[in-house]
Structures are given as structure tokens and as C-alpha cells.
Design a protein around this ligand. Structure first.
Ligand SMILES: *Cc1c(COP(=O)(O)O)cnc(C)c1O
Length: 462
């Protein structure tokens, strides 16, 4: 399988290179040149498989030629062994035709673990072949960073550097990043918001001399391998609620558009997904873009669902690329406009295509808190604020067949918001109960590319 850039100017790569490269050298994102399409009978034959066996079936064609079957099976088994639930992504019923998929049973209690634990295994295996050393740099609104650190801590051939917005992540999120004591873990609290962190990360990737010198690798959701790992749980949920005989819709709490884009890939592969509903918090650029056709950044307003406090939604570029009939130059023109004026207009035919697949909605802060309280009363289910945004928007789109809402984090990751809404303070699972007793290690950094680069050179000794 080959991967091409959404901006059409970077070389096509195989899976291993696309995974190690992250952002394409023309500033674009890698997407598969073609997506394998399955028949309903082929999908039906996957019913009843364990999560790991299903992951093997879904991932296999995308990594063909890079991992053989035996190695892929072993890496998948290792990736999910540390999860706290044997079903990996259990479904909970919220209403007659509404299910919640709990994606928070991994080591850092957010759905990011599904992709990060697998990419950790895949990258390690790839590095072991060459003896190469890499520097992973990630920008995080909170959950990517901890998931990446958990996946790469202690590895001898990897340094993992995480940029998070100073003072804008929850205490549990921060402690998950600052308490690992391994020398290859570097948690950096940067001045600014998540979009600033993501911009500096992109700057580092666009500085080719620096990029090559530290052998920079990215694990943000711009990395195709992460999207791929997330495709699996759409099949897992779909098969559990009646696919392929019955269509299913998904509502996805969205920030960087990575998670929901994985649903789009599952749909392209033949899973009968009726609607993919984008759920945003008050940082609602995607909801506005879909409704008005204008993608316009307005500045991030901090919310109680901080992992979705994003304006520049990187993976949206992948959906645009398809909607623009895979015209890399057209994507490049829109991205240039975004950089220059903070906005672009989605051409009408592309907007129509996006609207045929994606619906959208938003939840205000008050609506999010009300949803946490109401679901607790009505179902005894304690939602994290991100998942509550999803449930609120899903319920607005109810009554048209089976709906699965993705629960993206454990409520104990955001205990203050949950306690304010319900009066109940969710506790951490026993396996991480000592998080608040462990010493923290963090470096504060300015929003400045040169300063970041020299710190990374110093830390890695490269
Ligand atoms: C990252 C994250 C999201 C948003 O996911 P995207 O792939 O960026 O859309 C939603 N909820 C939680 C808890 C997250 O950590």
C-alpha cells in the first residue's frame, strides 16, 4: 500500500516511511492511495472476533509489505495487553437505539491509547530493524501527550518530547505527563494555547535541517498510523450493533478531526455508516464550517472539555482532499489562504460532498454540564465533559436508526467538571491511584521556535 500527500508535492511513501515521517515534506498529510473495499459478506464474517483479531483484519491491508502477519499479530497483542477491560472498547446502552462506546480503558484513560499503544509497538519494531534513533515530538491538548509518553517511556532508541499549553490541561492530564521518571521523557509546558503548540510543532517539521538532524518523528493525529488504529473500533462497534445488515451512525467529540476521520475511512472500506456527526464544544469551527461553508478561525476559548479546545483542525485537510477530488493544488490554495487570512471558503461542490457524509452540532459549557448531570440521573453513567458534548449532539440527531457515541475519556480525568455537574467526584481506577503522590518533572518554555529547538538538541545530545 502506498501513501500520498494531501498537497500533492511530496513523494509517495510506503507504510513504514509514512509512519516514521508523520507530516509530509510539502506540509500535507499522508493518506492511502486507495482504500480496500470489503463486501458485506466479508464484514459479516468478522462478527464475534476479539478486538485484537478484528484489529489484525482491519490493519493488515494497510501495512502489507512492511509487517508480515505473525509480526503484526504479536504487535497488536502487545499493544492492547495493558488495557483495563477485556473487551477493550465496551458498549453501554443509553437508550433504545443509542449506545456509548467506552474508549477510556487504556493506560492513560483516553481513546488516544488505542492508537498510541499500537503505534508505539509498530515504531519500535521498525526501529529495531535499522538500529536507528528518533526524536518524537508531539503537541497535545492533554491526552495525546500522556498517551505518547506511556507508549514510548524507557525506550533506548527514542526520545519523546511533549509540548502542552501551560495551565490549560487538567491536573490528571498534567501529572500523567510529568510524573514518568524515565530520562527519555521530556514534558514541556509552553506559553500559549494548543494551536500555538501545534504551530511550533509544524514549524519544526518544516525546518528540514533540524528535522533530519534529530530524526524527528510525529505521533500527532497527522500521523496516518494513528488514524488507522482508530478505524478498528468503528468496525468493532458497528458489528456489535448489527452491521453490516443494519446501518449505524456515529457521533464523535471532535477537535483535530482525527478520530472522526477514522470513521470516514471505515465507511470507505464498506462499513455501512449512515451519518458521521461532528460534535464540538464552544470552539465550534468545524460546526460553523459545515453549516456556512466558511472555515474561519476565531481564537480558542478555554472550555471544560480542553482536549477539544482547537481551532486549526489538522485532519480536516484529509477530508477536504477527498471532497476536492484529491486535487493537491486546490488543498494547498485553501491552506495558504488559512495561513494568510485565518480563513478559507470551501468550494460549493466540496461542501456538498462533505455534507453528504458529515453532520455537526455543538454544545455550550452549560449544555455540557447539564448533559453530564442528566445522564447521571437517567442512566447512572458518569460522562467526561468531552463524551457529554458527544451525547448532547447525538441526542439532537436521534430517532433515525442506531447511533453510537464515542466516550473519549474517563470521567476521572476531568474530576472537577464532573463534580460540579453531579456533586460526585469520580475516582481514578486502582491501577493509577497513586498519581497524586508521584513527584513531577516539567520544563516551562516560551512560544519560540529557536528556544524549543535548542532545548531539544541539548536534551537529546544530537
Ligand atoms: C483528543 C481528544 C478528543 C478529540 O479527538 P480528535 O481526534 O482530535 O478529534 C476528544 N476527546 C478527548 C478526551 C480527547 O483526548
Amino acid at each position: 500500500m502506498r501513501y500520498i500527500s494531501t498537497r500533492g508535492q511530496a513523494p509517495a511513501l510506503g507504510f513504514g516511511e509514512a509512519m516514521m515521517t508523520g507530516l509530509a515534506r510539502d506540509g500535507g498529510l499522508y493518506v492511502p492511495e486507495t482504500v480496500p473495499v470489503l463486501t458485506a459478506a466479508e464484514i459479516a464474517a468478522w462478527r464475534g472476533l476479539s478486538y485484537e483479531d478484528l484489529a489484525f483484519k482491519v490493519v493488515r491491508p494497510f501495512v502489507a509489505g512492511f509487517f508480515d502477519d505473525a509480526e503484526l499479530k504479536r504487535l497488536i497483542a502487545q499493544a492492547y495487553a495493558g488495557f483495563g477491560h477485556i473487551a477493550r472498547a465496551p458498549l453501554v446502552q443509553l437508550g433504545p437505539d443509542h449506545f456509548l462506546m467506552e474508549l477510556f480503558h487504556g493506560p492513560t484513560l483516553a481513546f488516544k491509547d488505542f492508537a498510541m499503544q499500537l503505534i508505539g509497538q509498530l515504531m519500535q519494531a521498525a526501529l529495531a530493524r535499522t538500529g536507528e534513533r528518533i526524536t518524537i515530538v508531539g503537541a497535545t491538548s492533554g491526552d495525546t501527550g500522556s498517551a505518547a509518553i506511556e507508549a514510548f517511556r524507557g525506550l533506548s532508541n527514542v526520545d519523546v518530547v511533549i509540548l502542552f499549553p501551560h495551565g490549560r490541561v487538567s491536573e490528571v492530564q498534567r501529572r500523567q505527563m510529568t510524573t514518568p521518571s524515565e530520562a527519555n521523557v521530556h514534558a514541556l509546558a509552553m506559553e500559549g494555547d494548543f494551536d500555538d503548540c501545534q504551530s511550533r510543532l509544524k514549524d519544526m517539521f518544516n525546518d528540514f535541517a533540524f528535522r533530519d538532524r534529530v530524526r524527528l518523528a510525529g505521533v500527532n493525529s497527522i500521523n496516518w498510523a494513528r488514524v488507522l488504529a482508530q478505524v478498528v473500533y468503528y468496525f468493532h462497534a458497528g458489528l456489535s450493533v448489527g452491521a453490516p445488515d443494519r446501518p449505524v451512525s456515529f457521533t464523535v467529540p471532535t477537535g483535530n478531526f482525527g478520530d472522526i476521520f477514522a470513521g470516514y475511512i471505515a465507511q470507505k472500506m464498506g462499513l455501512p455508516i449512515d451519518r458521521l456527526v461532528i460534535a464540538t464544544n464552544q470552539n465550534d469551527i468545524l460546526d460553523r464550517a459545515l453549516k456556512t461553508g466558511e472555515y474561519r478561525t476565531t481564537g480558542v476559548v478555554p472550555s471544560i472539555s480542553p482536549s477539544m479546545d482547537i481551532q486549526v483542525s489538522s485532519n480536516f485537510e484529509r477530508a477536504l482532499f477527498d471532497a476536492l477530488d484529491r486535487d493537491g493544488a486546490a488543498v494547498q490554495a485553501l491552506m495558504d489562504s488559512l495561513k494568510q487570512s485565518g480563513s478559507f471558503t470551501i468550494p460549493a461542490p466540496a461542501l456538498a460532498k462533505l455534507r453528504a457524509t458529515f453532520l455537526s452540532g455543538r454544545a455550550s459549557e452549560e449544555e455540557t454540564a447539564d448533559t453530564i448531570a442528566r445522564l447521571w440521573r437517567e442512566t447512572g453513567e458518569l460522562l467526561c465533559p468531552h463524551s457529554a458534548v458527544g451525547v448532547k449532539v447525538a441526542q439532537e440527531h436521534a430517532g433515525q436508526g442506531m447511533m453510537v457515541t464515542l466516550a473519549t475519556a474517563h470521567p476521572a480525568k476531568f474530576p472537577d467538571a464532573v463534580e460540579r455537574a453531579t456533586g460526585l467526584r469520580p475516582g481514578l481506577p486502582p491501577r493509577m491511584a497513586d498519581l497524586f503522590d508521584r513527584p513531577e518533572r516539567v520544563t516551562c518554555v516560551p512560544n519560540d521556535l529557536a528556544a524549543l529547538q535548542s532545548l531539544i538538541l541539548e536534551r537529546t545530545g544530537l
